[in-house]
Design a protein around this ligand. Structure first.
Ligand SMILES: NC(=O)c1ccc[n+]([C@@H]2O[C@H](COP(=O)([O-])OP(=O)(O)OC[C@H]3O[C@@H](n4cnc5c(N)ncnc54)[C@H](O)[C@@H]3O)[C@@H](O)[C@H]2O)c1
Length: 267
């Protein structure tokens, strides 16, 4: 494929949570496409040694930090063509543990933290950036959901709950912002190659809740029966869709959430 097919040269994008995993892959793809990319993350990623790469230390749950850095980008570049709300966390736990210990149950602290990082951040980032996009009468916002938000996932009540909320906010803001030539889209990855999201504690907790060993949990991630394409997705396969959505080739797409899950819909 022609290298410059996406036509993203010199476009200005903000990606949240770009120092690892999927966000990292999205930034790589955008830099390869000659875009200017600002990574809003808690920690930097030294792997990107590129003239078009900018790191801003931002906790995306903090309104004042976001406002300050978005303003800096606006003053520096004079435009913001796209925002990818990718930062997210997964804190597993079950609603009720009937073994009497209360271990592995969801807590109020986990609820507040998950809502703040996964959902409130999407509101804050989208509002602050969309105000700029309204001024320039153009822009694209892409929100990172998950395939499991539509069907539920054992041990992931808060995680999929926030992603379900993201789906609804995506569709609503697409309706509100269309008149300013701003598109709002969601992508919903399924089972992907490993990222930091699957920490040791995450896997230990999920395995306990699902009554299986960690080894069986890992094997179960990719069951041919639940993924028609029979394999985990590559992070670059998410990045490809996000880059396409940010480009003018997707100029008539808005208000949809796209599964990137190899055909998986249940399991
Ligand atoms: N990995 C998967 O299988 C998968 C599947 C579906 C959806 N997703 C979604 O994709 C997104 C990225 O997931 P990942 O697997 O790459 O995770 P990851 O843990 O590898 O990376 C997440 C990044 O977000 C950053 N981050 C966390 N909290 C932040 C905060 N408060 N402020 C700024 N940055 C913060 C982290 O520092 C990290 O760099 C998440 O929204 C996740 O829900 C992932």
């Amino acid at each position: 494929m022609e290298k410059n097919w996406l036509n993203l040269d010199d476009r200005v994008f903000i990606v949240t949570g770009g120092s690892a995993g999927i966000g990292n892959s999205i930034i790589k793809k955008l830099l390869e496409s000659n875009a200017l990319v600002a990574n809003f993350d808690l920690k930097s990623n030294d792997k990107f040694d590129h003239k078009n790469y900018y790191f801003y230390k931002v906790d995306v749950t903090k309104k004042n930090e976001i406002e300050r850095q978005v303003e800096k980008i606006w003053q520096t570049f004079g435009r913001i063509d796209g925002l990818v709300n990718n930062a997210g966390i997964a804190l597993p736990g079950m609603l009720v543990n009937s073994d009497g210990t209360g271990n592995y149950e969801l807590t109020e602290e986990m609820f507040d933290k998950t809502i703040a990082v996964n959902q409130k951040s999407v509101f804050l980032m989208s509002q602050i950036v969309a105000r700029k996009m309204v001024k320039q009468q153009s822009g694209v916002i892409v929100n990172m959901s998950t395939e499991s938000a539509r069907e539920g996932s054992i041990g992931q009540g808060f995680y999929v709950g926030t992603k379900g909320a993201i789906n609804s906010m995506t569709c609503t803001w697409a309706k509100e912002l269309g008149k300013y030539n701003i598109r709002v889209l969601g992508v919903a990855p399924g089972i992907m190659e490993e990222t930091n999201l699957r920490s040791e504690n995450y896997e230990k907790t999920l395995a306990f809740i699902r009554g299986m060993s960690i080894e069986d949990l890992r094997k179960g991630y990719v069951k041919a029966s639940s993924i028609p394409l029979g394999r985990a997705g590559k992070l670059s396969e998410v990045a490809d869709v996000v880059a396409f959505y940010l480009s003018d080739h997707a100029s008539y797409l808005s208000g949809i959430i796209t599964n990137i899950a190899g055909g998986k819909s249940r399991g």
